[in-house]
Design a protein around this ligand. Structure first.
Ligand SMILES: *Cc1c(COP(=O)(O)O)cnc(C)c1O
Length: 364
């Protein structure tokens, strides 16, 4: 069988290790495993959402409302947009896939920062597109504009805050990049962690409303991170109606489940849960900053629900991740991103304490 040539270029996405793997490989009890690898909300999801999912379990036999009217309505009130400006995906990942399929032809190029969300590359390569990266992991305006002028990419990905580094790009800088780009290029502003950035520093807060006037810009958001619904797979894209109309052509019917739809709708009604989650997070992330100083490790100032620790030459991120894993703590090794660094999702106080005590022993 001969597979599509574009597949040769693709490395399979390495997802955060599941709890089940640690149970199987190291015989550790599932309840003792601490998973700080996939940027899930340590508070779980809103109890109101969990109840709505349980109460509606019997409706699993029904296809969802394919218009997703209620969820779009909830999102349009939240962001002061119109339903026609919104597309829902099975995670914002699926919206990224729609974008790639709607725009890219073989040999087109896409532009992104040196270290950023791995799926941009994978979806682009599926279409045979070429990947262009700026020299820095941070989103530097001049670097983006220079690469844009040189390569004329079809899509520019601005991940702010950025995964897996945790830094963010100010609204001012994002708008400078958008201003330098002509309409033929789509700018994707991926705000998967925007709730955390907005709570930390208003200069980094970007709302769909800031971008909707641009014909070639789309904002992506998700319920997977601050809303604690990674397992339900609900995300969204917000842009002008012409762009949304084109992306709709890529959408399979019923692309999120009946229960995911209910979860998204209920989640929008409980913003207090998000506020509380972020308050807990802000307390705990301070402890990670202090802990890093205590053990002499550098970190990147984080605008997300995780922190990235950068190791010097005496320490190896793979070795450290393996040692933690053997003791039942899963974190994300960034060696595959070319960094001697680890990404740690901020957990509950107890989870973080466990990680600190092991790390204190293994980091020398
Ligand atoms: C988690 C994440 C997403 C999307 O997650 P979904 O679960 O598919 O909504 C998108 N972009 C970034 C940068 C992420 O970290």
């Amino acid at each position: 069988m001969k597979f599509n040539d574009s597949l040769k270029e693709i490395k399979i996405y390495e997802a955060g290790k599941p709890i089940e793997l640690v149970v199987r490989e190291f015989g550790i009890d599932a309840k003792d495993v601490v998973k700080l690898a996939s940027n899930e909300n340590p508070k779980g999801c809103s109890p109101k959402v969990a109840k709505a999912i349980a109460d509606n379990a019997h409706r699993a036999y029904l296809y969802p409302d394919d218009s997703m009217f209620e969820l779009k309505d909830a999102l349009s009130s939240k962001f002061s947009e119109k339903n026609e400006n919104i597309i829902i995906g099975a995670g914002s990942d699926q919206v990224l896939e729609f974008i790639s399929r709607a725009l890219l032809n073989p040999n087109d190029s896409v532009l992104m920062s040196k270290v950023t969300f791995a799926m941009y590359e994978i979806y682009a390569k599926q279409m045979g597109a070429k990947i262009v990266r700026t020299p820095s992991y941070q989103h530097i305006v001049e670097e983006f504009i220079e690469a844009y002028r040189r390569d004329r990419p079809k899509i520019i990905y601005l991940c702010t805050p950025n995964n897996p580094t945790g830094d963010a790009t100010s609204k001012e800088d994002v708008l400078k990049i958008i201003d330098a780009v002509e309409e033929e290029t789509l700018v994707v502003v991926d705000g998967a962690y925007m709730e955390y950035a907005s709570a930390k520093d208003k200069r980094y807060a970007i709302e769909p409303n800031d971008l909707i006037e641009f014909p070639n810009v789309i904002y992506l958001g998700t319920f997977s991170k601050a809303y604690g619904l990674g397992g339900m797979r609900v995300g969204y894209g917000i842009a002008n109606r012409t762009l949304i109309g084109q992306l709709y052509k890529m959408r399979p019917p019923f692309n999120i489940t009946t229960l995911s739809l209910i979860a998204g709708i209920e989640a929008c009604k409980d913003e207090e849960f998000v506020t509380e989650s972020i308050a807990l997070h802000r307390q705990e992330i301070k402890r990670y900053e202090e802990f890093a100083k205590e053990i002499g490790v550098e970190y990147i100032d984080s605008y997300t629900n995780f922190i990235t620790y950068l190791f010097n030459n005496n320490m190896d991120s793979t070795d450290i991740s393996d040692k933690l894993l053997k003791e039942g703590v899963i974190i994300r090794n960034l060696a595959s991103y070319g960094m001697n660094a680890v990404r740690i999702t901020i957990g509950t106080k107890e989870q973080n304490d466990k990680l600190f005590s092991i790390l204190r022993r293994v980091v020398v």
